[in-house]
Design a protein around this ligand. Structure first.
Ligand code: C2E
Ligand code: MG
Ligand code: MG
Length: 808
């Protein structure tokens, strides 16, 4: 012990600062004699500092008055502050002023020269002992500081005296997150930054000594709030409060986040499974239970693959070691039912980069799927009827790989029903027709509404024309059955039965066209032929019809200029008394001589004129021209006769017919009683305003006849209600176009009906003597037909007129 102490003394390394060389050397010799090691001698302040920095001595013996005016006290202060080296002053001066200044450098001793060697030795040894004690304290403090730092703690010390509370912080530099707190220089400042809980706790501690153990918020202006954990106690004997503060913001925020997450976990609609590293269920939320029907107990410890997925998508996920994955899966409920889900899968990775847990969440996307499905359906279907639309047809045509038959169906006179009974009724009719069409088809046949009253049916695996025609017949018959529509009347809904027919074009691939995409055009052309041939029929495509569609466009364009270019003229067909053959009148028939196409038959262009609305102007011209001509002949004194003018239903929609007729008659001073207007049966479906127009026409004295009678599906009740004078029996019943037996039955019943209703009859299309004879056997009536006269020019007719006798 003694030995080691001496050794320690011997190892003390001393620096000498002395400007007098002799004194310095003498001192060194003395020190070495005492067993100390002298590390060097400096004679002024800068040298002293440099040497000390270089040699790191245990002690410096410092002369106060140094070379070149430098000051030992100042040097000592710097040595102490910068290098913490203890200093002992050696000085010849001991007056109070010098001592006072020397004290500021906190020396470890002060020896007045001249001193004795053993005096020096004692002083050096005491200084070293003191230094050792200080070192220990410093070490303790350093340890405390390190402990505080590693615990992220700041210590506060509050001491009260008469002048108030003094606040002191320890360790604050080491905990930068507490800097805003530890900048608080007074109790007041500290208290102000704390939240209400913190302030109350601090008050209680200071006033009644209640220990503080709280977590509270601290805010200082401009900085985000921090969460502090504060523990503090009042130590009575010392009158001291000592406490520690830790910044726990991260922990508090993590706890908050966890709390929020757990609320979200339970409140969300999304099913969430929390899995361990092996993807076994640790927990699940209530949405999971609700969505799948599995309870927590049933799934815990199991892998979702075992119970949740319809297909084993989970494998793919694991194989790829995917940490993040999302996509669509099909999930299975506890009851075995399936639902589509959008799944998110995420691994929770620990510090070593291993997936310690997994989170599997998924949402039921049935509704989205349904919406998508609905959207797709909407894009491919007609909203009104639920049939397919043009897009669906296009798709179907694209996928054709075998023989198919395409039916293009257009309702006859639908526009009239729509215009007169209203759009609701029209829609209702379309819906009912659609249902009927659909009910005749197989599942993979395609039924489409192209728009308006156009329907298309596509039959797969149909190669033969006769079979296609058979089906066409079924479709047409289905459409032709009476349709009951609900109309809104003033006293509530009225049920009205209407009859509608359809015209149909049929085309087959590969029989008629070599590309499925031209099927539609071919069937369309055939449909126009069906219209042209009198509607209410199916016509199979022939190659000659290919041009029909473009032909129709040409017709439409031609019609627009026909009136002004005076391409129209009238033909006159005499109407005779069937028995005597004497002329009783004439029907005016419109003729169109197109500069290129030549004579275009009315059956071709009247429907186009009706569709385009051009019929109104054309019809007005026909009326004026016919009445003008008849008036002229009358003025010439030729035989007075009944002039029959054909009028289209569409003219009633767009023109004030009674007014136009009255004006025309007035203009040409022609008696109303000699004018007969021929209307087609479709007029019967007309609304009240048309019926009123008919009554007004009758009131003028004009006669009305129902043309082409028997071809439509007239309702007797409505027929009786109309102000009619005459029925014209359609020529198909007369000249054998209609099947023999039925034609005769129809004619018989028309004759009976007319006589019952007291209506006149004109038989159209009488071509043979036989026909004349047979009709005569039924009743007396008027007639027209090639058997008597062809339609002829006005000039030819004038000749005929002038030759004939007096009016009957
Ligand atoms: P419609 O009113 O039934 O006219 C009678 C049609 O029968 C005329 O045909 C006439 O030429 C034809 N015809 C007359 N006698 C015979 C016969 O013995 N045998 C045969 N097979 N046919 C005969 P057209 O001139 O081709 O007129 C066809 C249809 O066009 C007319 O049928 C009528 O509905 C319509 N139409 C003609 N002119 C006009 C008009 O100025 N305005 C309107 N809206 N329609 C008209
Ligand atoms: Mg006619
Ligand atoms: Mg007719």
């Amino acid at each position: 012990m003694h030995e080691s102490a001496i050794k320690a003394e011997r190892s003390v390394r001393i620096q000498i600062v002395e400007d007098e060389r002799i004194v310095a050397l003498d001192l060194r010799a003395g020190l070495e004699e005492l067993g100390y090691e002298v590390v060097g001698i400096a004679s002024n302040e800068p040298d002293a500092l440099r040497l000390a920095r270089h040699t790191e001595p245990d002690l410096v013996l410092m002369d106060i008055h140094l070379d070149r005016g430098s000051d030992g006290i100042s040097a000592a202060r710097k040595l102490r502050e910068m290098l913490a080296v203890p200093v002992i002053f050696l000085s010849a001066y001991g007056e109070p002023e010098t001592l006072k200044r020397a004290a500021e450098a906190a020396p470890y001793g002060y020896l007045l020269k001249p001193y004795e060697l053993r005096e020096l030795n004692a002083t050096v040894r005491m200084a070293m002992v003191r230094r050792a004690v200080e070192r220990k304290t410093e070490e303790g403090e350093r340890r405390l500081r390190l402990a505080l730092e590693s615990a992220r703690l700041a210590v506060l010390e509050l001491r009260a005296d008469q002048s108030g509370h003094h606040l002191r912080w320890v360790g604050q530099e080491a905990v930068p997150e507490l800097l805003s707190l530890t900048r608080a220089a007074s109790l007041m400042e500290l208290s102000l930054g704390l939240d209400a809980r913190g302030q109350a706790a601090l008050q209680a501690l200071l006033q009644v000594g209640t220990p503080v153990d709280i977590t509270c918020a601290w805010t200082s202006d401009g900085e985000p709030a921090r969460w502090l954990e504060i523990h503090a106690r009042h130590f009575e004997p010392e009158g001291l409060v000592i406490g520690m503060v830790r910044d726990v913001s991260e922990r508090v925020e993590r706890e908050n986040r966890l709390r929020q997450a757990s609320v979200a976990f339970d409140a969300t609609d999304e099913a969430i499974l929390f899995l361990d590293g092996d993807q076994r269920v640790l927990s699940c939320n209530s949405a999971f239970a609700q969505l799948t029907g599995w309870s927590v107990q049933e799934v815990i410890g199991h892998q979702p693959d075992e119970f949740l997925f319809a297909r084993r998508q989970g494998d793919a996920v694991r194989e790829a070691d995917t940490r993040q994955w999302h996509g669509e899966v099909t999930c299975r409920r506890r009851d075995g039912s399936y639902f589509p889900a959008l799944q998110h899968f995420a691994a929770v990775v620990d510090e070593d980069g291993r997936a310690s847990h997994h989170v599997l969440s998924f949402a039921d996307i049935s509704e989205i799927r349904q919406a998508q499905h609905a959207l797709h359906h909407q894009a491919m279907h007609d909203a009104l009827t639920g049939l397919g639309n043009r897009a669906l047809l296009q798709q179907a045509l694209q996928g054709i790989d075998g023989p198919v038959a395409l039916f293009f169906m257009d309702l006859d006179g639908f526009k009239t029903i729509n215009d007169t009974l209203g759009h609701d009724a029209g829609d209702d009719l379309l819906k009912q027709v659609s249902t009927r069409v659909r009910s005749l088809l197989r599942k993979d046949d395609v039924a489409v509404r192209l728009g308006g009253d156009e329907f298309v049916v596509l039959l797969r695996q149909t190669a033969r024309e006769d079979i296609a025609l058979q089906i066409a017949g079924k479709l047409l018959a289905a459409v032709a059955r009476p349709v009951t529509l609900e109309l809104s009347g003033p006293q509530g809904p009225i049920l009205q039965s209407v009859l509608i027919t359809a015209s149909m074009g049929v085309a087959l691939y590969p029989l008629h066209v070599d590309n499925p995409h031209t099927l539609l055009r071919a069937a369309d052309a055939a449909m126009y032929q069906a219209k042209a041939r009198g509607r209410c029929r199916a016509v199979v495509f022939e190659s000659a019809m290919a041009d029909v569609a473009s032909h129709r466009l040409k017709l439409e364009q031609g019609l627009r200029v026909a009136l002004e270019q005076k391409q129209f003229c009238l033909a006159w067909q005499p109407v005779v008394d069937l028995r005597s053959g004497r002329m009783v009148g004439a029907e005016v028939l419109l003729r169109w001589i197109h500069p290129e196409m030549g004579d275009v038959p009315p059956s071709r262009f009247i429907p186009v004129a009706e569709d385009t609305g051009l019929i109104t102007a054309i019809g007005a011209w026909v009326l004026d021209e016919a009445v003008a001509q008849a008036a002229a002949w009358r003025a010439q004194g030729l035989e007075e006769l009944r002039v029959a003018v054909n009028v289209s239903v569409r003219q009633f929609d767009q023109d004030d017919m009674p007014n136009r007729v009255a004006q025309t008659l007035m203009r040409h001073r022609f008696p109303a009683g000699l004018l007969e207007l021929e209307l087609t049966e479709s007029l019967i479906a007309q609304e009240v305003s048309t019926e009123q127009a008919l009554h007004r026409l009758r009131a003028l004295g004009v006669r009305l006849s129902l043309d082409d009678f028997g071809t439509g599906f007239s309702s007797l009740a409505q027929l009786i209600a109309l102000p009619m004078d005459r029925l014209k029996i359609d020529r198909s019943f007369i000249n054998g176009q209609a099947p023999e037996g039925s034609a005769q039955a129809v004619v018989r019943s028309i004759v009976a009906l007319a006589s019952g209703l007291n209506l006149g009859i004109t038989a159209e299309g009488v071509e043979t003597l036989d026909q004349q004879q047979w009709l005569l056997s039924l009743a007396d009536m008027d007639a027209q037909g090639y058997f008597f006269h062809q339609p002829m020019s006005a000039d030819a007719f004038a000749v005929l007129l002038s030759r004939s006798g007096a009016p009957p």
